[in-house]
Design a protein around this ligand. Structure first.
Ligand SMILES: [Zn+2]
Length: 102
């Protein structure tokens, strides 16, 4: 089992974006976002590990979907501020880290 996991991990850098299969480049380096989960005891997907790499375009498409989910879960709450969702997950901007932005 561990051998299969290692083999999959070593090939991810060469496969491109898991959604659109393109290579995401910025300058000369490949750049991908990682969507990862390792479900443990108590979850419906116990023992399953996921790791997806997404190009910039697919990452922001996924982030938009997460914003929609968040809005649908909280839109009727009195203190819900939809304008704050624009910065959902953004913890570093222009080299400055702010954990309270999440
Ligand atoms: Zn993509």
């Amino acid at each position: 089992m561990n051998m299969i996991r290692e083999m999959k991990c070593t090939t991810t850098a060469n496969r491109g974006c898991d959604a659109c299969r393109s290579n995401s480049t910025a300058g000369r380096e490949l750049q991908f976002a990682t969507l990862q989960a390792d479900w443990s005891q108590g979850s419906r997907h116990k023992g399953e590990t996921y790791r997806l790499q997404l190009c910039e375009s697919c990452f922001f498409g996924t982030l938009g979907y997460v914003r929609q989910l968040r809005r649908s879960h909280h839109m009727f709450e009195e203190d819900y501020d939809a304008s704050a969702d624009v910065r959902l997950g953004l913890i570093v901007e222009d080299g400055h880290c702010d954990e309270e932005k999440t």
